[in-house]
Structure formats: structure tokens, C-alpha cells
Design a protein around this ligand. Sequence first.
Ligand SMILES: [Zn+2]
Length: 316
Amino acid sequence: MTTRQHPCASGKASVDRRAFLISLIAVCVSGATSRDAFSSPIENPFGRFGSSGKRPAEIERGAFAFQVDFELSEIASELASLDEVAAELSSTLKIPAPREKILARVLPDEASWRAFFQKTFPGVAYRTAMFERKEYLFDARKERLYAFRGPTLEVDLRHEGTHALLAASLRRSVPIWLDEGLAEYFEETPRERAENPDRTTKVVARLENGSFAPLERLESVSVMTAATNAFYLDSWAWTNYLLNDSSETRAIVSEYLNDLARSRPFAPKISARLKKTGGGEEALRRFYRARLQALQAVDANRREPPQSAAPTPKPR
Ligand SMILES: [Zn+2]
């Protein structure tokens, strides 16, 4: 079990906020001439060279076209983890295969990442990775993911890769709560999800103290500035419940995303679909109470001291 910095602190939230702002500005005030890094379309940063000064190689791998100036095999385990996310997204959500390539620029180390980041995104708070969505109605660019080779790469690729794969598959914006809920969910490996009681404990505490957000409230959030740590946690909680309570609740997510992929933006929200099946906050409470009990039982077993072997009789 590992304790990780929350993505908001590591910068994912801000990244998404940035991507969202680009999208918002493109829709709402297209034609703005601000030089703000958030509003001006970024000239192809993939054309910029790394610290080596050489054009990075571009290697196609699955849905991604990686731009790196090191051997891709050096991050083989992180890429295998990203492959797992792609396979799980497909098998769990049953969404279409990605319909466009995602450009993924991976810098060789943190120092070159910092230099690249500062130069490419001046004024944006530091973060370890980012995903830049395009605006589907107005923007012909590809989806872009940025990260660097380092200790956070696996989680960064899993989280930002989830956003990227969803975007490339659906070619539509996913509501913020669900986009973040899925990215938070899939950033953990299946084993971490099964063994780590941290988020579940926090969700149960929020349910008990009355601060847990109803799904309708999350669905009403349309700007990333409203996405606090609590928003991320509650979004994860609803997503985790939906994906794991029953095949019926899981199908709700799958059908909703497929409606988005089929350009049905006014299809019923997930909360409305959930009510029809009798699911909702009461069912979610039962799900987390049971989940916490199961995790605590596993934890207690793990802490149980090993049975001491019967003393070996001394040779006489
Ligand atoms: Zn995110």
C-alpha cells in the first residue's frame, strides 16, 4: 500500500483546469487575443526540442504516439501499466476504441521537464504531468499528454492517460465529475484498489458527518475551479460505487458514455438513470459500509502475528 500525494497537489487538477479553461474560452470568447497561456492556442509544443536539442523520436504504441528522446523500453513497466488502463477502460466501460492518436511527450527527467514546462507554459503552476484536451467543435489538434520519466510517471500516465483515452474514444467532453472520478479510479492498479482502504475510510467519514456530495450536486459542477479535493474524492466515490456495486450500475456508466460517443449530449444524466434502477445514496452508503468492513478484515488479518511454531524438542 502506498501513500501518494493527491493529484490536486501534484498538479493534475490544475492541468485539467487549464485544459478546461482552454475549452471554455474557445467556446465562450473565441476571438479573444489574450496572451494568457490559458487562452492562446499553443503553437505545437511537440515541435519543441528537449534539452538534448535533437528532435525527439516519435513512436506509435497503441493509441499513443510517444515523443521521447530516450529509448521507450526504459519506461516499459509504466507503459505496460498504461496498456492495462486502456484494456480495462475498454472491458469495463465498453466504449469505442480510440478514434485518433494521442500525442504523448515524455521528457527524460525532472530537470528537463521543468525547463520544458516553464518555457511552454509560462505562468502556470508547476505540475508533474498534464493532459490538454482539444475543443471538439473548433479545434483540429490532437489530444496531448505531457509527463516526464520519474517516480510519478506510472500514476501520471494512468491518470492523464484515462482522460486522454476517454477523449480519443468518445470525441466528446465528459462531465467533470465523471472524467475525474474515472481518472482517480483508474490511476490505481486493480491491486491497489483492492487493498487500499484510505479513500474508503475518508468517504465513510464524509457520509457520516453529512458533507458527502449528492450526485446531482457533482453533476451541476461545470467549472474546474469548483473541483476541490473533496470534489475529487466524492467523484471517485460515486464512480467506484457505480463500477462495482452491480452489473446494473456499471452498465449505467457504460451506456451513458456510449450515448456521449453517439453525440447524445442531452441523454439523461447518470443520477436520473440510477434512480430508475433503485440505486442512489442509500445504496452507496451500504456499499461503502460493507467495503470498509471487508478492508478492515483484510487489514486485521495482515497485522495478525504469525502463529508461532511449536517449540522444537531439544535433542536429547
Ligand atoms: Zn484529472
